[in-house]
Design a protein around this ligand. Structure first.
Ligand code: SF4
Ligand code: SF4
Length: 342
């Protein structure tokens, strides 16, 4: 374990930025998001997860997939093989680190998505362990250890005046050794402080739900009246899906002009009416009822059936941001998951 005084954080970040493109959480107009680091930028370490989840670094909101030109020969410029500049994400919260594992199940399954694979491979993830979950955080219900983030390359723990840094993968060890000149060896006192911080969090959750049997209960609720009651509040804005770190649906759009064309991939959302609209006009999810049901069924029943894990990490974004307070906690409780009442 290494440590560095928080007063020297700018120096550390500057050294990281010399290694790779560095992204850090920063506040602007009251909203915290990951932005590209530059000298003098105030890094926001106190905020919980950023507004737009870091999935955008592996799976951008909009990206060119290919460009083509038709002449005597068809020329295709493939953008996937250009993706993946060396990057470091600093201070990713553990729920978001867990979301990368869900995205990997989708985008790294054979055949893998080449652009996604290259970005994942070339990015070093530094997690920042949590100490103070808010009332919308319920990652603990998904057995996520918010103090440890085992999927990160490096774990950072805020111990007050200092940050403790622990490499958790080979990539993490490489980064720590590149920064070694700025870091001190942690003492056993530092290690105890980190352990203390990590132990405290379990008692600080204010929200928790039980997921016991939820997959099976939802399987029997496909035709339930519940969806009829629930959907009427949804305005189909798509906020819940765009801000969800595990939602991964996209649309492919073709723009052609003369002999040339471009194929663009952009995030899409099952909450939008045209998501399942077919060219002939038929829509298998004709009303918001089917769309709302699909979102929750997918997260808590279909995805676990296919991949063995829930497609939710309890980050709380949909709880905080849905304009009509229609969130996944409500559905878990209604489907019988209940509240443990921490
Ligand atoms: S954020 Fe709320 S209102 Fe908007 S689509 Fe999602 S559930 Fe519906
Ligand atoms: S469903 Fe809601 S709480 Fe779960 S990961 Fe998505 S945004 Fe976070």
């Amino acid at each position: 374990m290494k440590r560095i005084a928080k007063a020297n954080l700018a120096e550390l970040l500057s050294a990281m930025a010399a290694e790779a493109k560095l992204y850090v959480p920063a506040e602007s107009d009251g909203i915290v998001n990951f932005v590209s680091w530059q000298e003098g930028l105030a890094v926001e370490l106190a905020a919980l997860n950023v507004l737009v989840p870091p999935k955008k670094f592996f799976y951008p909101q909009t990206e060119t997939v290919l460009k083509y030109e038709m002449g005597e020969d068809l020329q295709i410029e493939d953008f996937a093989c250009k993706a993946g500049e060396k990057a470091i994400l600093f201070a990713v919260r553990p729920c978001d680190v867990s979301s990368f594992a869900m995205m990997d199940k989708v985008y790294l399954e054979e055949p893998p998505d080449e652009a996604y694979r290259r970005r994942r491979e070339n990015t070093t993830v530094i997690a920042l362990g949590c100490t103070e979950p808010d009332e919308a955080c319920f990652c603990q219900s998904f057995d996520i250890d918010a103090a440890k983030a085992p999927g990160a390359d490096v774990l950072a723990v805020d111990t007050g005046e200092e940050l403790a840094l622990v490499a958790q993968t080979e990539k993490g060890e490489e980064l720590i050794s590149a920064l070694n000149g700025l870091l001190s060896e942690a003492t056993s006192g530092d290690e105890n402080k980190v352990k203390d911080e990590q132990e405290k969090i379990a008692d600080r959750y204010v929200t928790s739900v039980s997921l016991r049997g939820i997959k099976e209960r939802l399987a029997g609720m496909f035709a339930a009246d519940y969806w009829e009651r629930l959907y009427k509040r949804c305005i189909g804005c798509g906020t819940c899906t765009f801000l969800c770190p595990t939602c991964h649906c996209f649309d492919l759009q073709e723009y052609a002009a003369g002999n040339c064309g471009e194929r663009i991939r952009c995030w899409d959302a099952c909450m939008f009416a045209d998501f399942t609209q077919m060219a002939g006009g038929h829509n298998p999810r004709p009303s918001q009822k089917e769309r709302v049901r699909q979102r929750f069924m997918h997260k808590l029943n279909y995805f676990p059936q296919q991949h063995g894990d829930y497609a939710c990490v309890g980050c709380g974004r949909c709880v905080r941001k849905c304009p009509v307070n229609l969130d996944i906690l409500e559905v878990i409780r209604e489907a019988g998951g209940g509240t443990d009442g921490l």
